[in-house]
Design a binder for this molecule. Structure first.
Ligand code: GLN
Ligand code: ZN
Length: 758
């Protein structure tokens, strides 16, 4: 009998019910009983769906009010005293750690939040201080196991594993993870015992940290933890679940331990098939084969999947068919996509549809003649059809690219001279990152236009008025390089996606990003091309109003791709190059229309660096950096190219950033300790730089002296002629009340520093 399993299921509700209920609870509009009952309803709904789809290993405890790491911290009693001291209810203490608390009982900040491996999901970083006492506290996995059991399902309880938990936690005192190993292992034994008492048959420990580059010490630490835990299984079978890659550094050690099942990722784990093939897989264990992609929205290709599974069969390996990772990272169900045509939808599988796929694969595998089953044939037919979005012209263009298309001439220092001559900017030129405050009026008018309540002419006139206001404001403040304000944009990716052929937009494909927040990434459906000019009208209008240079403002190909659901039938590189060619057309169009400075934002470039350092170049940077170069290599020497990144944690790829060959880069530096500047200096960074002089994520107005001090520190490390002065990101989330005085102080600070240098 073939069996199926999923690593986890989305929990926010198919119409984001949990989000809305939680936010009501935060606002005090409903009480805990009501929130709990919504949560229970959603869990039972998920359970029912999974039961009806004939799934064998149904997970529990994959539900969370906020985040699974935070749940685990509470389960292990790894909760900083500042939250406990508030004296709140258990749930409110949990939310205080998740979101911060400000009220009659105190004022505490939330735990830090970080990206969950290579996904756009963010987890709460547990904080462990020297006084932390790791022990079993809380009841959630047990309560949820019992709840499912009462509803007729003996679930596989899902918990983040000890190794990943300790590896991702932050240690705020002098102790390290080693000091907590013993207590943590004991607590996991207690967890197993409690589940055993309740009648559990399987427990799943998620250990995604195993797919990273591991040192010998890491592996020894993993063995130490699990040798201890696995010595006390108490009749419960333990599934070690890995995902987001392969476990090439520890395959031997992991398979030698006394696990009953091991979950391997056959989608992102490039080396998984090879590891299994060359090293074999123990006969006494079940291999949970992650063959259905938990991160993307495309239908599974059964022919490819059968190839993988047949290989396992040939090796006489006992396996379960499963997803590559939790389905948390895909939207719920296609049933809610009522507007999208079936032409597209028939290629899609969200979480619910992936359950169906697992059932179909099971059926196919169990059949005498797999290739003759109706399910297999229908799938093969779908994949044999050409995709409607094909554009041979674009394909040929990408194929014909050669070195010169990626090379801007003349080289940097030559251009720098030409541009200094042309723009005659003062030392320490001031600028902003692009967007200006998106007031309620702007959002409302844009929404009205989208709904058809505001006519196109009225909307255009409204935007022109806003642009003019923005230009006058910047002139008044005395900024040197102006922007148009980005009032026409909802979002820096969606806006461009909507203007590009080949993109699709969904109605309800929400994916949890963190806590109650979800994002709705657009889908790269076909070959990408520029359908029409996207920004030329707004930028050239803005430039027509002033003698100062106005920056054209675009989003770069890597960021557009990283914040979309990518295709699986062509490589990321090919998609990135297609998008790059489309943005390149826009760049050249802006240049032809009198825009002399063009900024191409790559906010998300750092984000998708592979988890293993050894893959950074071959898997990513080797196409991501050229994709950016392709966008701007065709401009004239006197046109100045800027880029912007939202973080400064790129010390380790600094040479690649320089290799993007932009003329100027602006980035966030105000919140970090400026160590990045030391690296710039050490590496002789060539590109001119605008490290943000104040933090736009906070409503604070930075004083002139504060900005001068920041500039002083920058000047210790950056040659004066390379330094720009700007905020650290776009201003769209801020109000005018704080933006105007902040920029006035910024300009005043730059002016005063100029005087001291002269
Ligand atoms: N140009 C964009 C803006 O100013 C950049 C946004 C970003 O970096 N996230 O809003
Ligand atoms: Zn930014």
């Amino acid at each position: 009998m073939m069996k199926t399993s999923i690593v986890g299921y989305p929990r926010i509700g198919s119409l984001r019910e949990l989000k809305f209920a939680s936010e009501k609870y935060f606002r005090g509009e409903i009480d805990e009983t009501e929130l709990q009952s919504t949560a229970k309803e959603l869990r039972l709904q998920n359970l029912k769906e999974q039961q009806e789809s004939d799934l064998d290993f149904i997970p529990s405890n994959d539900f969370s009010f906020y985040d699974g790491m935070l749940d685990t911290a509470f389960l292990l009693n790894a909760v900083p005293a500042r939250y406990k001291e508030l004296g709140l209810s258990v749930l409110d203490e949990y939310f205080a750690a998740a979101r911060g608390y400000q009220g009659e009982k105190g004022d505490v900040k939330a735990l830090a939040m970080k990206k969950w491996f290579n996904t756009n999901y963010h987890y709460m970083v547990p904080e462990i201080d020297d006084n932390a006492e790791i022990k079993l506290s809380g009841n959630k996995p047990f309560a949820l196991f019992s709840e499912a059991l009462e509803n007729g399902v003996k679930t596989k309880s899902v918990i983040i594993g000890a190794f990943t938990f300790l590896a991702l936690a932050r240690y705020t005192g002098t102790k390290s993870k080693e000091d907590f190993a013993e207590a943590t292992a004991n607590t996991y034994i207690d967890i197993i015992n409690r589940l055993s008492e309740l009648g559990a048959e399987w427990v799943q420990f998620d250990e995604p940290y195993l797919v990273r580059d591991l040192t010998d010490n890491d592996i020894a630490f993993f063995k130490k933890l699990y040798n201890k835990i696995l010595a006390k299984k108490n009749g419960v079978k333990i599934l070690l679940q890995t995902y987001f890659g392969d476990i090439r550094d520890c395959y031997h050690e992991v398979t030698a331990l006394d696990f009953d099942g091991i979950g391997l990722d056959f989608i992102e784990g490039r080396k998984t098939p090879e590891l299994v093939k060359t090293n074999g897989f123990p006969k006494d264990k079940l291999l949970f084969a992650g063959v259905v992609n938990g991160k993307n929205i495309w239908k599974n290709n059964y022919s490819k999947t059968l190839n993988i599974l047949n290989e396992l069969k040939n090796q006489n390996i006992d396996f379960v068919v499963g997803t590559s990772c939790s389905l948390l990272h895909v939207p719920y169900t296609l049933k809610n996509e009522t507007k999208l045509s079936d032409v597209y939808k028939k290629h899609f599988a969200y979480a619910t549809e992936k359950l169906t796929e697992l059932a179909e694969i099971k059926k196919i595998l169990e059949s005498e003649n797999p290739l003759e089953t109706a399910e297999y044939k229908a799938n093969a037919k779908l994949f044999a059809q050409p995709r409607s979005g094909e554009n041979t012209t674009i394909k040929e263009k990408v194929n014909a690219l050669s070195e010169k298309d990626f090379t801007r001439l003349p080289e940097f220092s030559e251009r720098e001279k030409i541009q200094k001559e042309r723009f005659q900017l003062p030392l320490f030129p001031t600028t902003t990152i692009g967007s200006f405050p998106q007031t309620a009026e702007i959002r409302k008018t844009r929404a009205g236009f989208r709904k058809g309540e505001v006519s196109e002419t009225d909307y255009e006139n409204f935007l022109k008025e806003k642009i003019e206001g923005c230009i006058r404001l910047q002139e008044q403040i005395g900024i040197d390089v102006l922007v148009h304000g980005e009032f026409e944009r909802n979002d820096m990716v969606e806006y461009f996606g909507e203007c590009l052929d080949g993109y699709l937009f969904t109605e309800k494909a929400w994916v949890q990003s963190y806590g109650t927040r979800c994002v709705k990434p657009p889908v790269v459906w076909g070959d990408i091309s520029r359908a029409k000019p996207m920004t030329v009208k707004w930028s050239s209008y803005a430039q027509s109003l002033t003698d100062k240079p106005v920056k054209g403002m675009l989003t770069g190909p890597v960021t557009i791709l990283n914040w979309s659901f990518p295709r699986e039938d062509i490589s990321l590189k090919e998609s990135a190059y297609q998008i790059a060619l489309a943005i390149r057309e826009e760049v050249l169009d802006l240049e032809a229309n009198g825009i002399n400075i063009i900024q191409i934002d790559e906010a998300a470039l750092r984000e998708k660096l592979p988890l293993r350092r050894s893959d950074w170049n071959s898997e990513y940077l080797d196409w991501a950096i050229p994709a950016f170069r392709l966008v701007h290599s065709g401009v004239k020497p006197e046109t100045q190219i800027h880029t912007h990144m939202c973080y400064s944690e790129f010390a380790d790829i600094i040479e690649d950033i320089d290799n993007m060959d932009a003329d100027v880069i602006t980035f966030e530096a105000s919140r970090s300790d400026l160590t990045i500047l030391d690296v710039l200096k050490a590496k002789n960074f060539r590109t001119e730089v605008g490290p943000g002089v104040y933090d736009i994520h906070s409503p604070r107005i930075p004083a002139k002296e504060e900005i001068k001090a920041a500039l002083g520190k920058m000047l210790d490390r950056i040659p004066a002629k390379k330094l720009w002065v700007n905020p650290d990101c776009g201003l769209k989330t801020r109000g005018n009340e704080e933006t105007i005085p902040s920029l006035e102080n910024l300009v005043a600070a730059a002016k005063e520093i100029r005087m001291t240098i002269l």
